[in-house]
Design a protein. Structure first.
Length: 319
């Protein structure tokens, strides 16, 4: 077995002594989870723990405007949400034991929308979208909370939208990895037409798996629907991740998607304040070999089930 040697400094009182940390040389896949509007990272903690037990490094996080930063809920914009997901992705990809070429992104509702946009800006190998929301490209810097009224989302989401008319759909059109799309049969927040728009956009995907959870609403309010989604997600990621690691191409569900040479259009350029706002996640001392560790504030209460509370908020307020 290949190994990896890493010099480390051990603090002893006021001094440091040199050591060498030897770890397995094999890098392992990373999985980034992005919660929906009105929720927090607890939505995905149990699922992340299950995947971590199978051999993945998983990261959950709270988008600004949620959890400890809920005071920003009325003012935070999609641009700021995009900065958040970029910072989270970069943190995960920089971990020493993560294979930066084997990262999966899992997003629900608003988080699914951001995850789709992320594929145009960072390397993503696997993309899982549950009830992904869709917004007009306009009003990019407008507070997210105002979009439902300003963009008349209830009407917009009933319309057929072509990939060239939406940044998120264009990004999906250019994405060449494996895609999972999960729909709730009774979803009134993200109706069937939005799912159709996403599915039809994924013309370059290596494989496209589409599943419907029977009887489920956007909230996955029924515990059996929550379990069904967890089973779908874990089964699909296990097939994708471990099939890829074994050198076996994963099976595609449905017809093979057509090929396209269309390139995605990224969202408006992120402003330089991104560096100031999010660089606390990076090691400021370039000469310090210590591993980067997430701040305690990023770790939510363990064992708490938040799927139902999260998605019920979406159901009431619009994703």
């Amino acid at each position: 077995m290949m190994t990896r040697d890493e010099p480390v400094y051990l603090r002893v009182e006021d001094e440091h002594i040199l050591g060498t940390l030897i770890t397995p040389g094999t890098l392992i896949p990373g999985v980034l989870f992005v919660h929906g509007w009105g929720g927090d990272q607890r939505q995905y903690l149990d699922r992340a723990r299950e995947l971590s037990g199978l051999g993945c490094v998983c990261l959950t996080f709270d988008l600004r405007g949620h959890a400890q930063t809920s005071a920003q809920h009325e003012t935070v914009s999609r641009e700021e949400g995009m900065r958040d997901i970029l910072a989270a992705y970069d943190f995960l990809a920089a971990q020493h034991n993560v294979d930066a070429d084997s990262i999966a992104v899992v997003g629900s509702s608003y988080g699914g929308y951001l995850a789709a946009l992320l594929t145009a800006l960072r390397p993503v190998k696997w993309l899982a979208l549950r009830a992904p929301a869709l917004y007009k490209d306009s009003e990019w810097k407008l507070p997210k909370q105002r979009l439902r009224g300003e963009q008349q989302l209830e009407l917009y989401r009933l319309q057929a939208v072509r990939a060239e008319e939406s940044r998120a759909l264009r990004a999906c059109g250019a994405f060449a990895g494996d895609v999972l799309v999960v729909e709730s049969e009774q979803d009134t927040v993200v109706p069937h037409q939005v799912i159709v728009n996403y599915r039809e956009a994924c013309i370059s995907a290596r494989s496209l798996t589409y599943r419907v959870i029977p009887g489920a609403d956007h909230a996955l309010a029924d515990v059996s629907c929550q379990r069904a989604y967890t089973t779908l997600l874990v089964t699909w990621l296990t097939e994708m991740v471990f099939g890829a690691r074994a050198g076996e191409p994963p099976a595609s569900s449905g017809e093979p998607p057509a090929q396209s040479n269309d390139a995605p259009e990224a969202p408006p350029p992120l402003q330089s304040t991104h560096d100031e706002e999010n660089d606390q996640d990076h090691d400021d001392d370039a000469g310090d070999p210590a591993r980067e560790i997430a701040p305690a504030a990023a770790i939510g209460p363990s064992g708490q089930r938040a799927d139902q509370r999260q998605d019920q908020y979406d159901e009431q307020n619009g994703s």
